[in-house]
Ligand binder design. Structure first.
Ligand SMILES: NC(=O)c1ccc[n+]([C@@H]2O[C@H](COP(=O)([O-])OP(=O)(O)OC[C@H]3O[C@@H](n4cnc5c(N)ncnc54)[C@H](OP(=O)(O)O)[C@@H]3O)[C@@H](O)[C@H]2O)c1
Length: 323
């Protein structure tokens, strides 16, 4: 495993982090047995993953509870960098933005209880709330920070101008945007902004929700009936065939190194300019082990060029199809 400092801090985090949305066993990811989640956490710890990312909304508290129980039972709280979020509330099936200061105070207490901890190493605003000024959200985060109950402050799904506004009221250590080989939007503005302002980037969905593992294209794995994949455009024609063609090319490169396609994808993503850590989800021990072994080798410059060519040709094919 490789470790990098969370920018501007002395917190050392693994360059591959564990994303735990699927632990929530909700409609988005479908059923997840808690015992598989405990096994993933065990395997993650064995393989040197130190950063664990969760959120209250993942299974309406369930992902946080699983992690809280695991850390307590194993006595590992001090050994992990624990990151959670706030700002999404729920009632029955509805999920909605809520960053009212009163709600933020309730949320941090509820998360501390579920995660069996007094403090968070990283506390992130999950999404901006259109009904709450950023100044108000950032001021409450700054109070948490000044009190020491959160060691560092992050935002997620924020645009550049929203981060800029946030930073007028609170230090900002990290940003969590979506990023993977098929979605490189952040390279245009978020990456340069974060580099310039020394903000760590924790990239989510590095496997494009499992699609970049290639298993739905080459291994005969059935597309799951979960909300996350059943209607995913990358798994429907004409994109399915385009993606299959590109993934075949990437797989050939991975094979030269005796690595899985997943490992090539994660290695490339974790080593992109400005990326501090990638939040890879895993549902079982085997997936975790595959993912955690992605960084102990280097992709040669000639292959980085081939990857760039493949991804550019995909962009072009997608552009033509959408025209
Ligand atoms: N801030 C935000 O708004 C936001 C949004 C989304 C995600 N996130 C964070 O980012 C994390 C990662 O995103 P994600 O979990 O949505 O997507 P991801 O990391 O792109 O994909 C993870 C999924 O791919 C499959 N997979 C993983 N490793 C595999 C392997 N080696 N071989 C085969 N299949 C494998 C698993 O699902 P199957 O086995 O079911 O295929 C796993 O749940 C989340 O858990 C969460 O912590 C944050």
């Amino acid at each position: 495993m490789k470790y990098r400092n969370l920018n501007n801090t002395d917190l050392s985090i693994s360059a591959i982090a564990l994303g735990t949305w699927a632990f929530g066993s909700d409609r988005w990811w479908g059923y997840q047995d808690d015992n598989w989640s405990y096994e993933v956490l065990d395997a993650g710890f064995e393989k040197g993953i130190t950063l664990i990312d969760t959120a209250p909304v993942y299974g309406r508290g369930h992902s946080e509870e699983i992690i809280g129980r695991f850390l307590k039972k194993r006595g590992l709280r001090e050994k992990v960098i624990l990151a959670t979020k706030l700002g999404l509330s729920w009632e029955e099936r509805r999920i909605y933005h809520n960053l009212k200061p009163k709600r933020m105070l309730e949320e941090i207490d509820a998360s501390r209880k579920r995660l069996n901890t007094d403090y968070f190493d990283l506390y992130q605003v999950h999404w901006p709330d259109p009904d709450t000024p950023i100044a108000e959200t950032a001021s409450v985060m700054n109070n948490f920070y000044k009190k020491g109950i959160i060691k560092t402050v992050g935002v997620s799904n924020y645009r550049v101008e929203q981060m800029r506004e946030f930073m007028n009221y609170c230090p900002l250590h990290s940003s969590q945007p979506p990023y993977n080989m098929f979605n490189r939007e952040i390279e245009k503005d978020i990456v340069p902004f974060c580099k310039e302002n020394n903000i760590a980037i924790l990239a989510y969905i590095p496997l494009n929700s499992g699609i970049l593992t290639g298993k739905f294209f080459f291994e005969g794995v059935k597309i799951p009936n979960d909300l996350c994949r059943k209607n995913h455009s990358d798994l429907k024609e004409p994109f399915f065939s385009i993606n299959k063609h590109i993934l075949e090319g990437l797989k050939r490169i991975a094979e030269q190194y005796d690595k899985s396609l997943t490992q090539l994808v994660l290695n490339w993503t974790a080593n992109r300019d400005g990326i501090t850590s990638i939040l890879a989800g895993a549902r079982n021990r085997a997936q975790l082990q595959d993912n955690a072994a992605s960084l102990d080798w280097e992709i040669r410059p000639v292959d980085l060029e081939k990857i760039e060519e493949l991804l550019s040709s995909r962009d072009e094919m997608v552009r033509l199809v959408k025209k």
